[in-house]
Design a protein around this ligand. Structure first.
Ligand code: FAD
Length: 439
């Protein structure tokens, strides 16, 4: 008989893990609370056309994502396009796309630009992160970039990304971010970003078909209420009041959500969670024309309390998504009042922020709009993060694997697939010996 694994969560992590386990001969059953699979990378029906719930691109260096797409027969549907990156500071928009624009960037003095350039080069050349784990970010930035660059650039950017709190972050954050963004450049120094036709959802749909073809079960609209235990061991999941027994359970939810599913006996064996978490609030506009000349906008002007504005239709074909898509986005603490604000209030306020940057955006150019919110989207690792990564297999019969295991990389589809590569062999090893032989 095949060994059985129950999987909680149908995001990219749960889906890739289910596929790899099914390929290894395991009978997988996946449960996803939402009516559709995909989680944060999924798409939704935006007035009749499927679009990404949040802005998602793939970088040329995302080899796991590109490799999986190839394996699933989707290799021909990639679109990689040159993109531009902008800054909004001192009430003005600037391009910071080409090396020349970097060297003439008006928000910094020539000496500050030179220090920033040297710092970026240093990040690219620093391969290991061991020494940076215990280094507080702010002090490290001040030492390498100087006060001017920190106050004019890093402080406002970090404030807006971390909802005002970054004093406990390690240097690895900016190191990893700078390296990831460096990997968007092609040989000529141009930034390029990619999109799979239909978005990540295409990958998720193809994974579902493969899992089903391998004999697995995929249940969307099925909330796991708890992870059942017997004598300190996980034995299955409870869905709709019914216990489904499995040889092993994989929970892919971030620790604060995973913990809610554990009985006291299992929770006592769960690893400590050393992360903070960020949520996101995002106004999505579909417009009749391109509003921002940039794919991605960094905002240093504190009068606009947004993290970024992303116009994905610089990468995505506008005709495929019914117009131009502008995501007006802010990362927020899970307790931020914007999670409770009414949709109408948020829509009005976030549109106001967008109009501060793009004052000529007219009402009749906005075809449709929607507010998307998610309370917990990404972990924030603190100083000493590498030593505090949670144990995946501390509870018999249960693996806890999530974005909290992504460190020091920036959380992305690519990084999450790295978590899949770690958890799947661990699960296979832990399946009962006789059933492992069957797998
Ligand atoms: C604004 C934003 C922009 C991003 N941009 C990019 C990008 O450009 N490129 C990139 O690669 N990555 C990007 N990311 C990161 C990427 O979205 C995440 O790394 C990835 O989606 C995490 O996948 P996951 O499966 O771990 O989690 P999730 O997608 O959160 O999946 C967890 C799933 O579990 C389900 N669930 C929760 N509770 C239960 C329950 N009790 N029972 C059953 N199911 C349950 C949820 O509904 C969800 O579907 C972005 C993220 C955000 C928030």
């Amino acid at each position: 008989m095949k060994p059985t694994v129950g999987i909680v969560g149908g995001g990219i992590l749960g889906m890739t893990a289910a596929y790899r386990l099914a390929q290894a001969g395991v009978a997988v059953t996946l449960y996803e609370r939402a009516p559709d699979l995909g989680g944060l990378v999924g798409s939704f029906d935006f007035d009749g056309t499927a679009v990404d719930r949040f802005y998602h691109v793939v970088l040329p260096s995302d080899h796991r994502v590109l490799g999986l797409a190839e394996e699933l027969g989707l290799g021909d549907t990639w679109r990689f396009r040159p993109t531009r990156v902008g800054f909004y500071g001192d009430g003005r928009l600037f391009s910071m796309t080409s090396p020349k624009e970097f060297l003439t960037f008006p928000l910094l003095r020539p000496r500050e630009r030179a220090r920033l350039a040297a710092f970026v080069a240093r990040c690219q050349l620093t391969k290991g992160h061991d020494k940076l784990d215990d280094e507080p970010l702010d002090a490290w930035l001040r030492r390498h970039c100087g006060r001017g660059v920190v106050e004019k650039l890093w402080e406002p950017l970090l404030d807006s990304k971390f909802d005002g709190r970054y004093d406990d972050l390690p240097a690895t954050y900016i190191w990893a971010r700078t390296r990831r963004m460096g990997s968007t450049r092609d040989k000529s120094g141009r930034e390029v970003m990619g999109w799979l036709e239909g978005g990540y959802q295409t990958l998720i749909d193809a994974l579902e078909q493969k899992i089903l073809a391998l004999g697995g079960e995929v249940h969307a609209g099925a909330t796991v209420d708890s992870i059942a235990s017997d004598g300190g061991r996980a034995v299955g999941v409870v869905v709709d009041g019914r216990l489904r027994r499995f040889d092993h359970v994989l929970c892919t939810l971030a620790p604060p959500m995973a913990r809610r599913l554990l009985s006291p006996g299992l929770a006592a064996q769960a690893p400590d969670d050393h992360c903070r978490y960020l949520g996101v609030v995002c106004l999505l506009l579909r417009t009749t024309r391109s509003v921002s000349p940039y794919y991605h906008l960094n905002i240093t002007d504190r009068r606009v309390p947004l993290t970024t504005v992303v116009e994905t239709t610089h990468v995505v074909d506008p005709e495929k998504v019914g117009g131009h898509l502008l995501y007006v986005s802010k990362y927020v603490d899970p307790g931020h009042p914007d999670h409770e604000a009414t949709t109408a209030e948020l829509e009005q306020r976030y549109l106001g922020y967008a109009r501060t940057i793009f004052p000529d955006l007219r009402d009749d150019e906005i075809v449709s709009s929607v507010v998307q919110r998610a309370r917990v989207t990404e972990p924030v690792h603190l100083v000493g993060g590498a030593r505090r990564l949670p144990e995946m297999f501390s509870i018999p019969g249960l693996s806890l694997a999530s974005t909290a295991h992504v460190y020091p990389e920036i959380v992305s589809g690519q990084a999450v697939m790295g978590v899949t590569e770690k958890v799947v062999p661990g699960i296979l090893e832990r399946l009962p010996a006789e059933q492992r032989a069957a797998a």
